[in-house]
Design a protein around this ligand. Structure first.
Ligand code: ARG
Length: 565
């Protein structure tokens, strides 16, 4: 595609004594349409040229020949405003979409580079809560976005499958467990056992000790303890997989914390050799006083390893095996300190790749009834939540379009899509609220709205039987409404790159909502299926491009785009 921004810079550079590369970063997108498509403030040139900015702007306008790319260049005070030739924008964008199709916006930017994405990572025998949903949804989207930009992605589900809590659970099971009950509803039953253990332990100190012993036995490979642990893992994974299936999410590795059990000795030794380990109240820690952080815990007084020990070991393992250029960790912001601490330890160990580790924190989730809690068994089970979304979508579809085929399949795409879209609708650090009505609404800034717009575009295309070929003449697509759509199509590739740069899928969410809105405006203003062939072909081509980009945008968020709704 023509890079109009670069053309602005070339025009300017050709007329004053400033390099193109220096002009590019100064170019702005004006806040209002009447100020053009690009604006160049001339303040920066005042010193070099020894002239007032306004004068520079005036002189430039007088000599600049708008040339092949711009319909008009004018100055408002010290600003130069550039107006793109609308036909040319239409030609460059639509022909680019026609030739790239579903790959429009993709690139080879990341070719040859690996990105590890550690996401979802729920805990065995505990409910998959809404925080894990966010991690899953954000991580999956980052996976797709990076892959679209040519990176080789490695998605890892770092399951919480090790730690002293498993000793407690084994102890609880041996005391009060009931196999039938657990088989019937694994996670609620296991959670109940775990909660009971904590309640009883409050007045029974021996219980804690029993839990510790069970964990010790597990670590030593005791047959019975190991069998129970494996069973808990298997039951939990079966449950988690139901959620992944609903969400259409896959991992390259399901290597949980326990995967690193036999790899931690070496790391503890390395920490010792580098003289980083310090004894503190019987435990071993890395002192981070100097960096204004509490110490990073490596070994408990009984020699047991901890969450940070496993993360440090895992990072080194991943660097050695996956040679990542970047490793992302997607969790809520309550773990900010944890990541800052152990990233520091990696740096102190002398690994020069410590700056390739990136925590991608996100905000908490609440429902309108209040925060979603895990403690005391007061939880919303995610599977139920997703099924509720599907059920609601199904009802809405029934009301709107009762003759639709594959209603169940489409209800799943819409219900799940609504949840994902809602999750990715704001900067990820913001806390989000679940509101069913808003989430599933067919208008407003929602997943169903974008999906519906896509389906509508698709049905017009089917009826119109477009040739899907470049046009000889794009003059039929120069209205304000068409131009607004074209600009959003044009900036889509840059938006995808920005989303990857900042680990923010929501830039894509915003862009496709705006695109759907702009398209619907166009659609209401201009009938597509008119008799006049050239006019119809022009409009159909725009519809095709919109459909393509909406579909790609939804795909990058992890959402399916039904052809009919
Ligand atoms: N299992 C953890 C939790 O539920 C999240 C793990 C995130 N990944 C990591 N490498 N620490 O809080």
């Amino acid at each position: 595609m023509i890079d109009f921004k670069e053309k602005v810079a070339e025009l300017v550079a050709a007329n004053i004594n400033i390099k193109k590369e220096e002009v590019i970063p100064l170019i702005e997108i004006p806040p209002q349409e009447d100020l053009g498509d690009y604006a160049l403030p001339c303040f920066q040139f005042a010193r070099t040229l020894r002239k007032a900015p306004q004068l520079i702007a005036e002189e430039l306008v007088a000599v600049i020949n708008q040339g092949d790319y711009f319909a008009e260049v004018k100055n408002v005070g010290p600003y130069l405003n550039f107006f793109i030739k609308r036909e040319l924008l239409a030609k460059t964008v639509l022909e680019a979409v026609l030739s790239a199709k579903d790959n429009f916006g993709s690139s080879r930017l990341g070719a040859g580079k690996n990105v590890v994405i550690d996401f979802s990572s729920p805990n065995i025998a505990k409910p998959f809560h809404v925080g894990h949903l966010r991690s899953t949804v954000i991580g999956n989207s980052l996976y797709r976005i990076n892959q679209f930009l040519g990176y080789h992605c490695i998605g890892i589900n770092h399951l919480g499958d090790w730690g002293t809590q498993f000793g407690k659970l084994i102890a609880a099971y041996q005391l009060w467990g009931n196999e039938q009950e657990i088989k019937a509803e694994p996670i609620p039953a296991l959670l109940k056992l775990y909660v009971k253990f904590h309640q009883e332990a409050e007045n029974n100190l021996e219980l804690e000790e029993k839990g510790r012993q069970c964990f010790k036995r597990l670590e030593e490979g005791d047959h019975e303890a190991a069998k129970l642990w494996e069973w808990f893992v298997e039951l939990s994974l079966t449950e988690f997989n139901k959620i992944y299936q609903l969400l259409n999410v896959h991992f390259d590795y399901n290597t949980g914390e326990s995967f690193y059990n036999d790899k931690m000795d070496g790391i503890v030794q390395l920490l010792q050799e580098k003289k980083l380990l310090k004894k503190s109240e019987g435990a071993y820690v890395v002192d981070l006083d100097e960096y204004e952080m509490p110490p990073c815990l490596i070994l408990k007084s009984d020699g047991a390893t901890l969450y940070p020990t496993r993360d440090i070991t895992a990072a080194i393992y991943r660097k050695e095996n996956y040679h990542f250029a970047k490793a992302l960790y997607v969790t809520d912001y309550s773990q900010n300190l944890h990541f800052a601490q152990w990233f520091k330890v990696i740096e102190l160990l002398g690994f020069d790749w410590s700056d390739q580790l990136e925590h991608v924190p996100f905000g908490r989730v609440s429902t309108e009834e209040g925060a979603l809690k895990t403690r005391k068994g007061n939880v919303i089970f995610l599977k139920d939540l997703l099924n509720k979304a599907i059920e609601k979508a199904r009802k809405i579809i029934e009301e709107n379009n009762s003759t639709l085929e594959n209603k169940d399949e489409i209800a799943a795409m819409v219900g799940i899509g609504a949840v994902i879209f809602n999750d990715l609708s704001n900067s990820k650090i913001k806390d989000i609220v679940f509101n069913w009505e808003r989430m599933l609404s067919f208008d407003g800034e929602t997943g169903p709205y974008v999906q519906y717009t896509h389906a509508r575009a698709n049905s017009v295309l089917k009826k119109g039987q477009s040739q899907s070929r470049p046009l000889d003449d794009y003059s039929a697509l120069t209205s304000d409404e068409a131009f607004a759509v074209l600009k959003l199509l044009y900036t889509f590739p840059a938006t995808v790159r920005k989303a990857a740069d900042r680990n923010e899928p929501f830039f894509i969410t915003r862009q496709i909502v705006e695109l759907a809105q702009a398209f619907n405006k166009f659609y209401h203003q201009y009938p597509i299926l008119v008799d006049e062939v050239d006019l119809r072909e022009s409009r159909l081509l725009l519809v095709l491009a919109v459909k393509t980009v909406l579909k790609t945008g939804l795909y990058l968020l992890g959402i399916q785009a039904p052809e009919r709704m």
